[in-house]
Write a protein that binds this ligand. Structure first.
Ligand SMILES: [Zn+2]
Ligand SMILES: [Zn+2]
Length: 208
């Protein structure tokens, strides 16, 4: 039996399809999605802050300024698709998704979390699920902060390189009271001794 995680390919002594760190990351990312989705919606909403000269009828409707944000909300459809895939794999009826987009997203996230023990234990799709949710979370977090709680000091972008040669690029935070910055995305730890090198790589890659 293959005892490496299907997502990060690190050895996994439990023999699950997803290792514990990847499961923790996936769970946290799923839980943050509805808030991020709502955050994107708020960014898209027409600003009511400046009312002067805009009260008249018949003016053009304000349009989203940033196309990137609009695309991100569409990308959340992948969450429903994954819940449907899980239902298929478990020979369950298709998930019932009703209500507005945010409600449906909540339903899809809750559904996936409920199936998580089964997903990570044996499902061959777990690695792809983790990958796609990670991508969605990462692209959305370039626009909205996934977690509005104070997260300490921002120390730039994670420079760890995955097996395909891609730089992680997630924002690194040094949590209050912590000595080691840990990447929420790839779980790489960056102790203070590595910060000079980290900074050098960040500068190098930002210039590239
Ligand atoms: Zn893993
Ligand atoms: Zn990272």
């Amino acid at each position: 039996m293959d005892i490496t995680c299907t997502h990060c390919h690190n050895p996994d002594p439990t023999g699950s399809t997803l290792c514990v760190p990847c499961t923790t990351t996936l769970t946290a990312q799923l839980q943050q999605l509805p808030r991020m989705f709502a955050g994107l919606g708020m960014l898209l909403a027409p600003s009511m802050a400046t009312g002067q000269g805009r009260g008249g009828k018949g003016g053009p409707a304000p349009l989203p300024i940033d196309d990137r944000m609009f695309d991100h909300r569409q990308e959340f459809d992948v969450v429903y698709a994954w819940l449907s895939a899980v239902h298929d794999a478990r020979r369950l009826q298709g998930p019932r998704l009703a209500g507005d987009a945010l409600t449906r997203l909540h339903t899809a996230v809750t559904g996936l979390l409920a199936h998580m023990p089964w997903i990570v234990a044996t499902w061959p799709g777990a690695g792809d699920l983790a990958h796609e949710i990670g991508e969605l979370h990462r692209s959305a977090s370039t626009v909205v902060d996934p977690d509005p709680r104070p997260r300490g000091r921002r120390i730039g972008h994670c420079q760890s390189i995955d097996t395909s040669g891609t730089i992680c690029g997630a924002v690194l935070w040094l949590a209050p009271g912590e000595q080691v910055a840990r990447c929420d995305w790839c779980s790489m730890a960056w102790p203070p001794a590595t910060w000079m090198q980290l900074r050098a790589w960040q500068t190098e890659n930002a210039a590239a």
